[in-house]
Design a protein. Structure first.
Length: 291
């Protein structure tokens, strides 16, 4: 009887030990030592378990889906206008009416006398079509280009990465609270700084996308019609300059030809001099015989 009781107690002890081994530690039970291997003097990188990335997806369910498409809209319109100043003012009012603004304006008058300008408008995305319809009525459309770049996939991916990094940073903060040695604290701090830099980089990229998505960009090029009779007339100064240029070109050509023929002139002159010398010498010998 006694041996049977001892056997039952031993079996219960084994079952209790097995249940204790199968228990899973909570997030608060992790410490820096749980994420390092090797001796105390080793300097291996601390890594948060992959389970934390899965927990991040569960904690931020909105990071993996988008309620609507993320589209960056841009357009370029070239107009020929008769009322140049009036159209410029109208473009500024378009930006104000649609809740946007004029990003930049570049205007001038070239030598032809036809004023030109380039105006860049930032218009809320929901007012893009209305703004384009109004701009087309301001003058004669010479050319136009409309682009729609969808960045939904990249945007959602950045959101998911940001959620995972923020959750990872939170776990490192918990680990920092349980760190006991200076070495552990420094190693966790390095990892926290690395994650923080990545969070700021992704946050900046998302802000850039938000700005480009929320506000469409419309570039409008304006130009007045070329005045009738422009360029007709006689310009004596231009003719005089052309004559001087032709004269200098002729002088340059003569100099080039001269130096090109100079070797032939020297050789020909030398041969002619020898010929004349020999002819005079021959004539000098013939004169005494004739006397």
């Amino acid at each position: 009887m006694r041996s049977r009781v001892l056997g039952i107690l031993t079996l219960l002890g084994v079952l209790i030990c097995s249940c204790g081994c199968l228990s899973v530690p909570s997030a608060g039970d992790f410490s820096v030592s749980d994420f390092s291997t090797g001796t105390a003097g080793s300097s291996q990188e601390i890594a948060v378990p992959a389970a934390y990335d899965r927990k991040a997806a569960e904690a931020f369910p909105g990071a993996g889906s988008a309620s609507d498409a993320k589209i960056i809209r841009t357009a370029t319109v070239s107009l020929e206008v008769s009322d140049f100043e009036g159209v410029l003012e109208d473009l500024e009012s378009i930006g104000a009416r649609q809740g946007g603004y004029v990003s930049s304006t570049n205007a001038g008058v070239p030598g032809t006398g036809s004023a030109y300008a380039t105006v860049i408008l930032r218009i809320p995305a929901d007012g893009f079509d209305a703004a384009m319809d109004h701009i087309r009525t301001l003058g004669t459309v010479r050319s136009q280009t409309v682009n729609a770049q969808e960045v939904t996939e990249e945007y959602v991916d950045l959101q998911a990465r940001l959620a995972a990094l923020e959750h990872q940073y939170e776990q490192y903060s918990r680990i920092m609270e349980t760190a006991e040695t200076v070495e552990d604290i420094l190693r966790v701090q390095v990892e926290m700084e690395r994650v923080q830099v990545e969070i700021e980089r992704i946050t900046g990229r998302l802000r850039y996308f938000d700005n480009r998505i929320d506000l469409a960009t419309i570039t409008v090029s304006l130009r007045e019609p070329t005045p009738v009779g422009t360029g007709i007339g006689h310009d004596f100064a231009a003719v005089f300059n052309a004559a001087i240029e032709a004269f200098l070109f002729t002088v340059d050509a003569i100099i080039i030809v001269f130096f090109l023929l100079l070797p032939l002139i020297l050789v020909g002159g030398g041969l002619y001099g020898v010929y004349r010398f020999r002819k005079r010498k021959k004539n000098g010998k013939n004169e005494p015989g004739e006397q």
